[in-house]
Design a protein. Sequence first.
Length: 448
Amino acid sequence: MHQIKPDIEALSKSILAYAMERLRMHPPSIDHPLPQTTLEALAGQTITAEGLGGEQALTLFIETLAPACISQDHPRYLSFVPTAPSEVSTLFDLVVGTSNICASSWLEGAGAIYAENQALRWISDIAGFPAQAGGAFVSGGTAGNLSALVAARHDWRHQHPEHATKRGLIVSSRGAHASIEQAAHVMDADLVESGSHQLTGSDVAKTIAALNTEDRSRLFAVACTAGTTNLGVIDDMQGIGDVCSKERIWFHVDGAYGGAALAAPSARPLFDGIEMADSFIVDPHKWLFAPFDCCALIYADPVKARKAHRQHGDYLEVFYDGTWNPSDYAHHLSRRARGLPFWFSLAVHGTQAYSDAVETTLDCAREAATMIEAHPNLEMVTEQRLSICVFRRKGWSPEEYRAWSDALLERGDGLVTPTKHEGETVLRFCIVNPRTSREDIQLILDTL
């Protein structure tokens, strides 16, 4: 198993050939999922005592398993938040895998961590964070939000030791991602929803004022959103930041999806106030053209995060020398250098190319909204925000939306799944792929 033998040499060529073939697909086949029973019939038992051999296992993946996965980088994959990794970031992910770098500590992965920190610095700069800001790359927004809020609670308890045994309290908006609620659940904290789809400073101030004395003493963080997943709404970060500063409460910004638009000059003013945050996340695997899984978690003052997250043990004492260890800044220890493919793409193409690519998707979303408004059977449900369009097909029932969506995918024309707004079933485009064109949007709209 751990030798490069002739059959492994041959297999490596087959794997690289398939990887290059997949990269050259423009667009890739979108494919669709298959039922468990169908996969059992087609694939059979994939793990055996003797093994299938490399070529047979690769063929099984290429011919049976891969076509049962939807290609998220297809230009007409417009559901959820898709991904569109640059070719060089995908290629470099192969290098990360073969390099076997453990990027937990500077001792083990100094070069990789240095590069990752350069990428984090660029994000910090476009967000207006201070020079000492920093953090780590984690698996996704759920891990990032949880880690940031754990640091917030630790800092609150450090500042107020008399509250150390109290159950914490977080304020967020009704439009916040489900991971905020999940983080509160995991931390055994309470969550108070404030405002409506957009959280404002006034909402937060009123919510705090309405808390009784005991609950106010439990409040340790306000979590706002820089681009909600469903509607693209950006909370009033300037107002919220002012309130958090006045009340001395940790201010966290979930920009997992929308934070990428900080790179676009046309959208940057929408994020005013983000520079006041204590912590911030954005997922490069969503709209900054990196492969899964990659979330940038950044703290204005990383020292506070290190106090919360550093793990202690006799065998870890060699790490406690003041160097930068990513394991100190999130709820993790072992970690792959998941930020390296993102760094490599930034280093290859430069930051201007990133700004241009995000602007391209914003332009496409604006054009899609115009096309929807001109369509005789469609109407926008909310205003177009960031790269999201939410719209309805007049007169359709939830069942008709679902049947249309299933048929679109079955034909290989795209993936557009229904969502809900104020209880109504509607449709939603989320455009993060610079290759998504007016023609792609028109092809979908023509089926409506």
